[in-house]
Design a protein around this ligand. Structure first.
Ligand SMILES: [Mg+2]
Length: 171
């Protein structure tokens, strides 16, 4: 399950096991749909759900993590924290792209689940993945990256959208 922006672009090039189902929406439809949608996917089938969601999208449906925990869903949630609306920064940046600086990894414990994991390095991500693989509970992983740390697809898409709308903005 992928939300919009960098999470959608990144997951389309990831390798997953055979018979994995990929759920996403069309580009730029409803930011934030994925947390609630992963609850639906998790309760509709007996398969583990991996959710890739940005911080901006996550803030819209964060409370559904409580329901995922309450229903004992074994999801792995990756919150990509790039401190705001990354896709908008890739097009045109401004203070309106900044978000309230939540401590996302603390939320799963606050909602009654296991403590979340804060990832700031590649090594920490490897460790977090090992913990998640062995866990039979919901695993919540916050990955902190720089606010301009875009993948190539987002960088190119942002540049193209900026070019096509360059007369729409005033600096
Ligand atoms: Mg973001």
């Amino acid at each position: 399950m992928a939300d919009v922006g960098e999470c959608l672009y990144s997951t389309t090039s990831m390798l997953f096991p055979k018979h994995t189902t990929f759920i996403a929406q069309s580009f730029y439809n409803s930011i934030g749909y994925s947390v609630g949608a992963s609850l639906g996917a998790s309760t509709a089938q007996k398969r583990r759900t991996l959710l890739f969601v940005g911080d901006g999208s996550f803030q819209i449906g964060a409370q559904e993590v409580s329901t995922l925990i309450n229903y004992d869903c074994k999801s792995i949630i990756f919150v990509l924290n790039n401190q705001g609306y990354g896709i908008e920064r890739a097009i045109h940046d401004g203070p309106y792209n900044d978000l309230s600086p939540w401590k996302y990894h603390l939320l799963s414990e606050a909602f009654g689940g296991e403590p979340g994991i804060l990832v700031e390095t590649e090594g920490q991500l490897e460790e977090a993945l090992q913990i998640a693989e062995k866990s039979d509970k919901l695993t919540f992983i916050e990955i902190q990256v720089d606010k301009f740390d875009f993948g190539d697809t987002l960088r190119k898409a942002g540049a193209a959208m900026a070019e096509s709308s360059k007369n729409s903005y005033e600096d």
